[in-house]
Design a protein around this ligand. Structure first.
Ligand code: ARE
Length: 590
């Protein structure tokens, strides 16, 4: 046993409350090292050998170096004192807060090991501290809309010098095409037909640019998009079709033309707003830049969210759109550069306005510090995005690395944060999926199939479903193609069918996820998703040649291939599946 590889941290994503009565306990060991790992636990106020329970843990994730074991426990008095028991051949090792001990449970004489003061502890499960993302998020399929580019429903709002909305229009950093909220309202039935049930809008508030990340007025819809009444109508029309709405909160910074910043520019040190920003000298100048800004972009001055007036103003913004307009969630721009205390108060404000609102942080890296129940429900899951692209689209990693990287994300967070994670394959900040795939639709479909059958909530970037392409920003922000002759209908039906498959089967949303095949050097993977109603086996070939995949340990059951309804015969829990290049097969129990 390699004791040096063993890791656990009490009161963290290694020991957290999943719900009001359930704790999840995790421990890391060297990959393949242990025969058996258990958690040994009791109540800290009633702790003696007769009341101690031993629960076997199972490997729930694996990466190149480690196995991650997990067990679920429901301590009756919501308190939990625990140690771990590791077994390999005839060796037994116990581990608690005092260190490692060789020995057996029945032998006694272990000194402090069996005293509650030596145990790891989960002192009390207080419900208010439990991270509980809204239930609906697990059932959602999001659709991301960049409002300037989705549809023009009210030509009277067109910006000056609006460009013609054609299938071959070229987006630049500064041009406008006239998309607006009425355009979205006009096309809600299109979204309903596709099957998505939540829209994520990039910013809709008054701003100077076409992307609107440089806010002028956080309480007002941009006049090119409509007004607050149109926004309210949009929310109502969407809700009446079972579609929710999430807005983009750009609270890290404002726009250059935000009136308080204009005041600080004009009055310098004498401005009553000078402390709303992070200044480095007066007068304020864009060049050289003597105030903090998002990524040195002078048109995006950073707000001081520690300042009580700034905070009060932004929290009122957060409340207004949720409570008065009825939006269902906030996506938080540059979430990791804003102070944690701000986000804690933001959460309290938003959840008071609507306990079911979804709070989604935009963070591209490990985000545990925001996902422990007091700040965000979930984050934009770019590490998963990149793993899916690297395996199915770019062919840069093998099956073992792919699943290992996904598991690294799973072990990084409490399970509820993974269930509500926002799984995207592209966005307004990245090239489009089809373009990353070099136009290879089969690879694009593999990525989308995985996305729509994996843990977490999927998001489709507008137009991907009809075959739109485009490179880095601004290339990925072309106007939506509405002329049917230029839409890829076959792709649309592919997405529509997959979305409906996910929506009709809980197993694909929050069922168990089990890896069946992810071998070193291989370009195919297989996994199972199951709940008490259905089992799915999904086998995907990311290689350009045929593959025969043998799966074992499948137990019993009759599986049918969704493509042709052919029964698949299990022999002693084994299955042989022949896959064409870049083919995916979905098997399901009836
Ligand atoms: C524009 C141009 C760019 C140019 C830039 C600088 O389009 O080509 O490089 O100006 O002059 C918004 C607009 C952008 C605009 C930008 C600045 O949408 O079009 O760029 O404002 O004016 C990091 C942040 C992350 C951020 C990305 C872009 O951590 O928060 O960078 N994403 C949000 C939004 C953006 C938005 C802004 C922030 C600003 O989603 O749309 O940009 O409000 C790695 C790093 C990440 C990094 C990521 C992407 O993985 O680890 O930290 O994200 O790459 O660069």
């Amino acid at each position: 046993m390699l004791l040096e590889a063993i890791y656990h941290q009490p009161k963290s994503h290694y020991a957290y409350a999943y719900d009001a009565e359930t704790l999840h306990i995790r421990v890391r060991t060297k990959r393949g090292d242990m025969d058996r790992v258990s958690v040994v636990w009791g109540d800290k106020y009633d702790f003696h050998e007769e009341t101690i329970t031993t629960k076997k843990m199972s490997v729930f994730a694996q990466d190149a170096l480690f196995d991650y074991y997990e067990a679920e426990v429901k301590p009756p008095f919501r308190r939990f004192a625990y140690a771990f028991k590791f077994e390999k051949e005839d060796r037994v090792i116990f581990w608690n807060e005092l260190g490692f001990n060789e020995g057996e449970l029945s032998s006694g004489g272990l000194g402090m090991l069996w005293s509650p003061s030596g145990m790891f502890e989960f002192p009390f499960l207080n419900t208010i501290d439990v991270n509980t993302p809204p239930d609906w998020v697990k059932d959602a399929v999001f659709y991301q809309i960049f409002p300037e580019r989705f549809a023009n429903g009210d030509a009277s709002l067109n910006p000056p010098e609006v460009e013609t909305w054609t299938a071959d229009a070229i987006p630049t950093r500064s041009n406008f095409f006239g998309g607006d909220l009425q355009g979205v309202i006009n096309n809600l039935d299109y979204l309903k037909d596709l099957g998505v049930n939540c829209i994520y809008f990039t910013p809709i508030f008054e701003a100077h640019s076409n992307h609107k990340y440089d806010t002028i007025d956080y309480l007002k819809v941009d006049p090119q998009f409509g007004d607050n009444k149109t926004a309210k109508k949009l929310v109502e029309e969407a809700h009446s079709r079972g579609i929710r709405v999430m807005l983009d909160a750009v609270f890290n910074h404002c726009g250059y033309y935000f009136p308080p910043f204009q005041d600080a520019l004009k009055h310098g040190e004498n401005s009553r707003f000078k402390d709303w920003f992070h200044t480095r000298g007066f007068p304020l100048t864009a060049s050289p830049l003597n105030y903090d800004a998002f990524g040195f972009v002078a048109s995006m001055p950073k707000l001081d969210t520690e300042h009580p007036e700034v905070k009060a103003y932004l929290l009122e913004v957060a409340r207004y759109w949720v409570e008065d307009v009825g939006v269902d969630g906030w996506r938080l721009d540059v979430a990791n550069e804003v102070d944690h205390r701000f986000w804690r108060d933001f959460r309290d404000t938003v959840k008071a306005a609507n306990p079911d609102a979804y709070i989604l942080g935009e963070i591209w890296h490990n985000s545990l510090a925001w996902l422990e129940g007091d700040q965000f429900d979930a984050v934009m899951n770019y590490p998963v995005t990149n793993s899916i692209l690297d395996f199915f689209v770019k062919e840069e990693i093998d099956a073992q690395t792919f699943m290992g990287r996904l598991d690294t994300v799973l072990v990084s967070y409490p399970r509820q944060a993974n269930e509500a994670a926002f799984n995207l394959l592209d966005s307004h900040d990245t090239p489009r999926l089809l373009t990353i795939a070099g136009g290879n639709k089969k690879r694009m479909k593999l990525a989308a199939l995985f996305q729509l059958t994996y843990t977490g909530t999927p998001c489709i970037y507008y137009g991907d479903e009809i075959g739109m392409d485009g490179g880095e920003d601004p290339g990925c922000r072309k106007p939506m193609i509405w002329e049917e002759e230029y839409q890829d209908k076959e792709l649309f039906h592919f997405y529509k069918n997959l979305i409906s498959l996910r929506k009709n089967h809980r197993a694909l949303r929050d069922g168990t996820f089990r890896v069946l095949s992810a071998e070193k050097g291989k370009k195919y993977v297989a996994y199972e998703r199951s709940d008490e109603l259905h089992r799915f086996i999904i086998v995907m070939n990311s290689a350009e040649n045929r593959q025969t995949v043998t799966l074992s340990d499948l137990g019993t059951g009759t599986f049918y291939n969704l493509a042709d309804d052919q029964e698949q015969i299990l022999e002693n829990g084994r299955l042989h599946i022949d896959l064409a290049p870049l083919e995916a097969v979905i098997l399901k129990t009836k």
